[in-house]
Design a protein around this ligand. Structure first.
Ligand code: ADP
Ligand code: MG
Length: 564
């Protein structure tokens, strides 16, 4: 007998469903992109599972996505022969939102709608977009490897409840039937659906089939038309030669894989042949993903082996400081059943990693050189992440250092516009060090008494106010043979820049104030190491400096703040 069970959606799911339907209406077409992307993921996962058991996908029939429609019934059908779902998986994957970031998604939905419509792919709520155009959705599915009697039928109007039923389903995979809302009938149209697929899903590597057009009644009667046609190009874009690809194609591909509405800033596309053969197509986004600072956040480089998607990079391929890079790496050398453990020790992966990092850094250097506005945009979004590379990637330290941008006492605004090369080029005659000041904020930096003498002498000082800057200066230590020197540490002397006259004045003053200094020292015993007379200050009466080999005061303050 048929048993239908009623379930409630998780509370967040109801909220999301509701908001989505209302706020994404102006982008309603995206439902198809989301459902096709799920179908394609399901096929990728089936492929992997079969590979792990060393069965060829062909043995199970041609893998494809099929899109159908029925004008009269007002339905659209999306069917795949991918991995399918068990009953438990349906409850887990469709009835609940497991992923983080839903709160963020809800907030973003209330903002600029156009931007958010393209972002839903990032939040793991794509399936729900089907309710933008449907009053009822019926999903039937069977997990690969389960018996035909273990099929599942899920149905919902997206209002708070869904029903589940165990059914007989001979074929593996998932079929989704959308019952269109009143007024959405125009979507149940071959031409319309094809144009949506071309727009959003051309790069899906699985063939997307649609019933062929029946040109006229005679043809239909003769049965000569109506055979399936493949709507998408189903080609791996990265495998095509660079010369054949247009910027539009790259941009579309990026938006597709990154789930981002904006075009990338730039990309690297290279085919490497040698000890190891692989292709890489890596994009630098134009803005940071919402989870750039979430540890364990999703990465965006997908590893393929001979064009089959294998896994998403979790740090084996690109280092953490380049976690914002999106793209594809396709290797011919790795085994198809490669796992994360194998990746870890693989020489091929080591080689890919080295090259990929170098290529990205080189592309960034080119961008800084030839398109400075774009580079400024890049730095604004990702500069802080890139700075981590100074401490994390010793072998590319110099390349990364060249890419750094800081605010300095010579900057016109608060924007970081000074490279170390520019600083070095502006160094005063006789200046030996690259001077910097660490401060909790740029306002604090600019008003620091430590800068007075440097200002008077016209010596530029880099103003560092990000947490990560502490690690940058303590790891970098020098650039172009010039030591980095904090103006807040030790004597903070100007080296050869201090002139003879100053030295004499100081000697005189030291003698003159010896008595006062002695009293101050006695008074501050146990709190200050020393009390010295300084020539660095021009308007402030006193300032605190740290003992030379000791840790910087700014760092101490920060560490206290973090409770370390
Ligand atoms: P996401 O794709 O980001 O995970 P979705 O809301 O689009 O979020 O889908 C939720 C989950 O439902 C998927 O992760 C997957 O586990 C499951 N799912 C959706 N569609 C299918 C399908 N066609 N075949 C198998 N599983 C699917
Ligand atoms: Mg999805």
């Amino acid at each position: 007998q048929v048993e239908q069970e009623v379930f409630n959606f998780q509370a967040e799911a109801v909220q999301i469903l509701d908001l989505m339907v209302h706020s994404l209406y102006s982008n309603k077409e995206i439902f198809l992109r989301e459902l096709i992307s799920n179908a394609s993921d399901a096929i990728d996962r089936l492929r992997l599972e079969l590979l792990a058991r060393s069965e060829l996908p062909e043995a199970e029939g041609r893998l494809r996505i099929r899109i159908g429609y029925d004008k009269d019934a007002g339905t659209i059908t999306i069917a795949d022969n991918g991995i399918g779902m068990s009953r438990e998986e349906v409850i887990q994957n469709i009835g609940t939102i497991a992923k983080s970031g839903t709160g963020e998604f809800l907030r973003s939905l209330t903002g600029d709608q156009r931007k958010d419509a393209a972002m839903i792919g990032q939040f793991g709520v794509g399936f729900y977009s089907s309710f933008i155009v449907s009053e009822r959705v019926v999903l039937t599915t069977r997990r690969a490897g389960l018996e035909p009697s273990e099929g599942v039928r899920w149905e919902s109007d997206g209002k708070g409840e869904y029903t589940l039923e165990t059914i007989e389903r001979p074929e593996r995979g998932t079929t989704i039937v959308l019952h269109l809302r009143d007024g959405e009938d125009d979507l149940a149209n071959g031409w319309r659906l094809r144009s949506i697929i071309e727009k959003y899903s051309d790069h899906i590597r699985v063939p997307i089939l649609m019933p062929g057009e029946r040109e006229d009644k005679a043809e239909e009667a003769a049965g000569t038309a109506g055979t399936d046609i493949t709507v998408n190009r189903a080609s791996a874009l990265w495998a095509r030669p660079k010369s054949e690809l247009t910027d539009t194609e790259y941009n579309d591909f990026y938006r597709h894989i990154a789930g981002e509405p904006t075009d990338p800033l730039t990309w690297v596309h290279a085919k490497i042949e040698g000890t190891y053969d692989y292709t890489l197509l890596l994009f630098i986004p134009s803005r940071a993903p919402h989870d750039l600072w979430v540890p364990q956040a999703r990465r965006g480089v997908r590893l393929h082996v001979q064009r089959v998607f294998i896994l998403e990079d979790t740090g084996q391929i690109l280092p953490n400081y380049l976690r914002f890079v999106r793209g594809v790496i396709d290797s011919t050398d790795l085994p198809l059943n490669v796992s994360r453990e194998i990746l870890q020790g693989s020489r091929a992966v080591g080689n890919i990693r080295t090259t990929a990092v170098k290529k990205v850094l080189k592309r960034l250097a080119e961008l800084a050189e030839s398109e400075p506005e774009k580079y400024t945009a890049f730095w604004k979004e990702f500069g802080t992440a890139l700075k981590e590379g100074i401490a994390d990637d010793y072998s590319n330290r110099n390349e990364i250092a060249k890419l750094l941008r800081f605010t300095s006492t010579k900057s016109a605004t608060d924007d970081p516009d000074t490279s170390l090369d520019a600083y070095v080029a502006r160094m005063k005659e006789g200046q030996e060090h690259i001077y910097y000041l660490l401060a909790p904020s740029s306002t604090a930096a600019k008003s620091s008494p430590h800068l007075e003498a440097f200002r008077t002498k016209g010596v530029e000082v880099l103003l560092l106010s990000e947490g990560v800057d502490n690690w940058v200066v303590s790891s970098l230590r020098e650039y172009d043979g010039k030591e980095l020197q904090s103006v807040a540490q030790g004597a903070g002397d100007l080296g050869a820049l201090a002139d003879e006259e100053e030295r004499q004045t100081k000697e005189q003053a030291d003698a003159e104030y010896a008595d006062l200094l002695g009293k101050l020292k006695a008074h501050l015993a146990g709190q200050a190491w020393d009390v010295r007379l300084s020539t660095r200050l021009t308007t402030s009466p006193a300032c605190i400096v740290s003992n030379e080999p000791e840790i910087d005061i700014n760092l101490m303050q920060r560490m206290r703040g973090t409770g370390l």
